[in-house]
Design a binder for this molecule. Structure first.
Ligand code: GLN
Length: 304
């Protein structure tokens, strides 16, 4: 399959569409990003890599990090996680408070903000230094020790993070946050501030395309049952309340972030990342969504 030719076609067809979205503006570091940035990376499980555009420029991975933090928690805590987090789609915005009150502080799934904040709380039970562990883990997955937290973004997330503070305090009132709220959010805000290129990120998602095993070093990151379940959750909840639309049009498990990245994969074949900062009203990259739809269409393959 000529992936490079497909990427080229997609890139030039979808590039003009960035004007249809709006870059995230809740923190200055994201608001000032050049909206015309655009990169795509595809990495196959035999580790052949294909790139186009700004594939080697780091961006803020934001909620894509929820896959990494959840993987760490799931690996160490297994099904106990489901006592504190659901596995249904939310049908509400990623940062919504609404459901938490009538569902007693149990977030609908690990990929909305409330769910990821509970995951951060769980990481504090597992690791003496979850921030260091998370970075070690992401670097291992990507095979790249240069990946880092952007301290300016992390600080801004904290300053402007009123909604996330509200979510965390609200869940604590139901007993679903065990540690100090500031300590928990320190982890959440930092994970959102991880910077990676589409190339590094596509490599880091390879373990999910390869049944839970990182093909670079053969290390089992998740057993195949948990890897399968995590992919199911990505398919059903990874793009918030646009997940069904994404499954319908794209047909890949994916995870988006407000930095404009979308990571997605086809099991036993490849993982890929599209980065284009302007977002639609659901907080998903306009061009990213469009590019991934065309990718599975032109390739003639999806998980279905
Ligand atoms: N930092 C963002 C927030 O907490 C992440 C959300 C996202 O990428 N969807 O609101």
């Amino acid at each position: 399959m000529d992936y490079q030719a497909i990427l080229q076609r997609i890139f030039y067809e979808t590039r003009p569409m960035f004007t249809q979205g709006k870059v995230a503006d809740y923190i200055p570091a994201l608001a000032s990003i050049d909206p015309s940035r655009y990169g795509i990376s595809v990495v196959s499980i035999d580790q052949s890599a294909y790139h186009i555009g700004d594939a080697h420029i780091p961006f803020s991975i934001q909620s894509i990090s929820k896959v990494f933090s959840f993987t760490l928690a799931y690996k160490h805590r297994g099904d106990d996680i489901w006592n504190r987090i659901g596995k249904e789609s939310s049908g509400t915005a990623f940062n919504s408070l609404i459901q938490l009150e009538y569902e007693n502080g149990i977030p609908r799934n690990p990929f909305i903000n409330a769910g990821a904040i509970v995951v951060a709380d769980i990481l504090l039970d597992i690791f003496p230094d979850p921030l260091q562990e998370m970075l070690r883990f992401v670097r291992q997955l990507a095979g790249d020790a240069t990946i880092h937290y952007n301290p300016v973004v992390a600080a801004s997330e904290r300053i402007y993070g009123h909604r996330n503070l509200a979510l965390a305090h609200f869940m604590k009132s139901f007993g679903n946050i065990h540690h100090d709220v500031d300590q928990v959010l320190e982890i959440y805000f930092h994970q959102c501030a991880i910077e990676m290129t589409s190339s590094q990120l596509a490599t880091a998602f390879l373990y999910l395309a390869n049944n839970g095993i990182n093909p670079q070093d053969g290390v089992q990151i998740l057993d195949s049952s948990r890897a399968k379940r995590l992919k199911a959750l990505m398919l059903t909840t990874g793009l918030y309340n646009e997940s069904s639309e994404f499954a319908f049009r794209v047909g890949m498990p994916g995870k988006s972030g407000v930095g404009g990245g979308i990571a997605a994969l086809i099991p036993d074949l490849l993982s890929m990342v599209v980065w284009s900062p302007p977002l639609n009203s659901m907080g998903n990259s306009v061009v990213g969504f469009e590019a991934l739809e065309r990718f599975t269409t032109y390739l003639g393959k999806s998980v279905f």
